[in-house]
Design a protein around this ligand. Sequence first.
Ligand code: NI
Ligand code: MN
Length: 226
Amino acid sequence: MKITYLGHSSLSIELSDKVIMVDPFISANELAKNIDINKLKADYVFLTHVHEDHIIDAEKIAQNNNAIIVSNYEIATYYSKKGFQTHGMNTGGSWQFDFGTVHVVKAIHSSSFPDGSYGGNPIGFVFESENKRIYVAGDTALTYDMKLIPEVIGAIDLAVLPIGDNYTMGINSAIKAADFVQCDQILGYHYDTFGFIKLDHTLAKTNFSKHKKKLILLEIGRSMDV
Ligand code: NI
Ligand code: MN
């Protein structure tokens, strides 16, 4: 699998000849101004929740690519009423897609649409393909339930964790989360985009390495293989 960081919590993941987009917030992110959303390919758009900083480009990218929007039941229903192809799931469920299996896991956060309407419960995803697993935590607090992920789903090869603090976990909680999911390779996200979540990159990397874990902070537009 190849994972590309598109700023904030936006990811593009290539797996088994398909491309999935996660939480696209690009056009309104000054730090991601070099990314042209009209050039992004996607077979699926996965949404962890519907706060504006996770969905602002979801409709555009889904429209451009005739992509299927996958999220919790409430969010899938919302987009399906607007004419999009959707696949609704919910916490605890797994589904075999044409690229691999997706497991929906718990996230401790909130979820409402920008107009205030109910967005169901926030979720995280485990993407399983090509004998690898990536855990994308979404906006979440640290929770003991993360321990169930490797136990029930299997070993995690890369954990994508929010580290910007204020709205989500910060550095110390993310280190503990990496422990809970038994993964030593962490891609940090949800940092630097706006004032409350500015991250000291050196401090973050040092703290992770003190716990024998590798924190990867990709430049926006850069990719890594898993
Ligand atoms: Ni949020
Ligand atoms: Mn957020």
